[in-house]
Design a protein around this ligand. Structure first.
Ligand code: NAD
Length: 282
């Protein structure tokens, strides 16, 4: 099996690692060698953690890494792929362009997944012509190698056969799979969680409690493994802002981002990846 992953950021490098650990030949495409070096380093570090926890041995980790081709060529990545997963930033036009190009090089039987958090699968598919029935939302969670859920999202044109293929792909990668049968922005998970985190952000901005106490309250009160604000820092506040803007367009003002969040993104306080968000990082 060959899996092509387009976009080697937080999600893409994790999905590539998962597929390699499942025994697939993987091609990971990003826009520059610098980006690919960062992706490779993240995968090496993560595999090292798996070795430390004795969930894989050294040889297995080296073999998994060896199965990943890091490339800037879309053609090299997509050629011969059984499954193609896109994980570029959450911008509709970009996803359409990237997938349109990748699909032109992939076999016309390839399953096509888009790792969007909340964009319409049907809108993304509108740029894919005859390949539209093969597109399905493959919403992995961060970090993909640890989180158990894969949320599949069915577009208006997605073929029933592809839902089953995507389910098999997810199970092969070790995931529990749920299916969002209606292509509704935010799907099941992002829609529910966005409202929860937005309310935490409003409380923070109103001075109701500190970030630490808001996170602690939700962790201990509801048994969440992480607080919504610290999770926001981990996922990237720019990604979160994009998500809220899209949800507002789809479902109305109850999802409108706060001024405070917009200011944080303008000030490049994007969370862990820039060293500061709701919290400070070394
Ligand atoms: P990211 O910014 O970490 O990574 C995106 C990568 O795509 C970057 O490395 C960038 O260089 C690359 N890229 C941009 N244009 C490209 C192109 N034309 N071809 C190939 N690569 C290109 O973003 P991320 O957090 O990995 O998010 C990717 C997608 O996954 C988004 O749609 C996001 O909404 C979704 N998602 C993110 C999370 C999360 O927690 N971060 C969770 C679930 C889903």
């Amino acid at each position: 099996m060959k899996t092509a992953v387009i976009g080697g950021g937080i999600m893409g490098n994790g999905i590539a690692q998962l597929a390699a650990m499942a025994g697939d030949e993987v091609a990971l495409r990003d826009v520059s060698d610098e980006k690919l070096d960062v992706a490779r380093a993240a995968i090496e570090k993560s595999l090292g953690r798996f070795v430390k926890k004795e969930r894989i041995d050294e040889a297995g980790a080296a073999e998994a890494l060896g199965r990943i081709e890091f490339t800037t060529s879309v053609e090299a990545a997509a050629s011969g792929a059984d499954t193609l997963v896109e994980a570029v930033p959450e911008i509709l036009g970009l996803k359409q362009e990237v997938l349109g190009e990748a699909v032109s090089f992939a076999p016309d039987t390839a399953l096509i997944g888009t790792n969007t958090s909340q964009l319409s699968i049907t809108s993304i598919a509108s740029a894919l012509g005859d390949a539209a029935p093969r597109l399905i939302g493959t919403h992995f969670f961060n970090p993909p190698v640890m989180m158990r859920l894969l949320e599949l999202v069915v577009g208006l044109q997605t073929a029933e056969s592809e839902i089953e293929r995507a389910r098999e792909f997810g199970v092969r990668l070790g995931k529990e799979v749920v299916v969002c049968r209606k292509d509704s922005p935010g799907f099941i998970t992002s829609r529910a969680y966005a409202i929860l985190r937005l309310e935490c952000l409003r409380m923070l901005e109103e001075g109701v409690a500190t970030a630490e106490d808001i996170d602690k309250a939700l962790k201990l009160g509801f048994n969440f493994p992480m607080g919504p604000l610290e999770l926001g820092d981990m996922n990237g506040l720019d990604t979160y802002l994009h998500a809220l803007e899209g949800l507002t367009e789809a479902h109305g003002d109850r999802f409108a981002p706060t001024v405070g969040l917009k200011n944080m993104v303008s000030a490049n306080r994007l969370g862990r990846k820039t060293g500061a968000g709701f919290y400070e990082y070394d």
